[in-house]
Design a protein around this ligand. Structure first.
Ligand SMILES: Cc1ncc(COP(=O)(O)O)c(C=O)c1O
Length: 407
């Protein structure tokens, strides 16, 4: 199937709306993506005709909802190229996935003084759970810098490993700089030293094909709302070795076989780590979203976004009053920038908003990276496969206007 961006745009009803009397140009995909009609319809159908709780009833609707919910595990496994779908744990998104690793795995295997290696360009979701372990259990966080282009050298991560290192936790793609991390090299080197690796795939899995088997990580987290799915959906891959070291961190229904006054008999993985009523419809919607993206083809999506990345790099790079953060050779279509002169990121985004252009301004949940870059805030334009080169031009025009007003 050839990639037809206009046909794809027609699948997303919101993309034809107006904002501030201008056609919407949605460049805030790093925060959350828009939803195609098939996902909206699936949510409607699930609630209108197919809704009941899962895993609980013997009645028709419960079985139907369970079947649809459980099928998504296979869809996620296919999307991440994981051989056994039971290695996929469904959840509400990356934040829950990483907290599960912190409480369910790390707390079990780590002792005070043990170390976790992190890069400075992690999202708070891949920082704050580790700070909890630092504050509460004396775990040591070791930070690895990026270079002046925003590249994270895999060797630098591996050099940070000591005999006390129990985990490397690293993003697949920076949500601020767009830099793509060579996570496979990190995993190969870490495995040789016996150190597990968690990859935060919240951004990476959106923009390129992911092969978890090839990467060789122990944990790979994705979040549904950035993948054209509903908010409150997500999943994490956990290798069998790490599963055997994990204890459930949320207790409740579904994750048990029997409960008595003095004893609990637990369910098997993956249900062991999915306590309580899950996001049933959210998960069903996620399955439809992933199938939608796979039908387009993650290779095709990556190729289209590469064209946008190259074009936007050239256009934004030509504005000598604009400072684009990061210029990694391997990068995706996420651009963060500041402007010379008085324009604050919030002012820039307000001007762009008047033109119907949605971008994000602020810290992007990446405090340590902001410290590293020496800035308080930046503006971020983040593209998806439904964006066009014309929208890059519109962004540049909007930035020119902001520079005229504030620069
Ligand atoms: C790199 C990265 N990690 C983690 C997250 C957190 O995802 P969620 O808020 O969906 O749990 C985000 C979301 O912005 C992200 O960009």
């Amino acid at each position: 199937m050839s990639f037809d961006v206009n046909a794809i745009r027609a699948d997303f009803p919101i993309l034809s709306r107006m904002v501030n009397n201008k056609p919407l140009i949605y460049l805030d995909n790093g925060a959350s993506s828009q939803k195609p009609q098939v996902v909206i319809d699936a949510i409607n159908t699930a609630y209108s005709h197919e809704y009941a709780n899962v895993h609980r009833g013997l009645h028709y609707l419960s079985n139907l909802a369970t079947e649809k919910y459980e099928a998504v595990r296979g869809t996620v496994a296919k999307f991440l190229n994981v051989a056994d779908e039971n290695d996929i744990i469904m959840n509400s998104g990356t934040t829950e996935g990483i907290n599960m690793v912190a409480y369910g795995w790390a707390m079990n295997v780590m002792k005070p003084g043990d170390e976790i290696v992190l890069s400075v360009m992690e999202h708070h979701a891949n920082i704050v759970p580790w700070h909890f372990l630092r504050e509460r259990f004396g775990i040591v966080l070791k930070w690895v810098d990026i270079d002046e282009n925003g590249v994270l050298d895999p060797e630098a991560m591996l050099d940070a490993i000591t005999p006390r290192t129990k985990l490397i936790a690293v993003t697949h793609m920076s949500n601020v700089l767009g830099s793509i991390v060579d996570v496979k090299s990190i995993c190969v080197g870490a495995r040789a030293k016996g150190v597990p690796v968690l990859v935060d795939g919240s951004q990476g899995a959106v923009h390129m094909p992911v092969d978890v088997g090839d990467i060789g990580c122990d944990f790979y987290a994705i979040t549904g709302h950035k993948l054209c799915g509903p908010s409150g959906s997500g999943a994490i891959y956990v290798s069998k070795d790490r599963q055997s070291e994990m204890r459930p961190f949320i207790g409740g229904g579904d994750m048990i076989r029997e409960v008595h006054k003095d004893q609990v008999i637990y369910n098997d993985v993956p249900h062991l780590f999915e306590a309580g009523t899950p996001g049933i419809v959210q998960t069903i919607g996620l399955g439809v979203a992933l199938n939608y993206m796979m039908d387009i083809g993650m290779d095709q999506i990556a190729a289209h976004e590469k064209a946008i990345t190259q074009y936007a790099s050239a256009q934004l790079g030509g504005l000598n009053w604009l400072k684009v953060q990061g210029s990694a050779p391997e990068r995706g279509a996420i651009f963060s920038f500041t402007m010379d002169g008085a324009a604050h990121a919030h002012d820039i985004s307000t001007i762009l908003d008047k033109k119907g252009i949605a971008v994000r301004a602020g810290q992007h949940c990446a405090g340590p990276l902001m410290d590293h870059l020496g800035i308080h805030a930046s503006c971020r334009a983040s593209f998806a496969f439904y964006n066009t080169l014309e929208e890059v031009d519109a962004l540049v025009d909007g930035l020119r206007l902001a520079n005229d007003l504030f620069g």
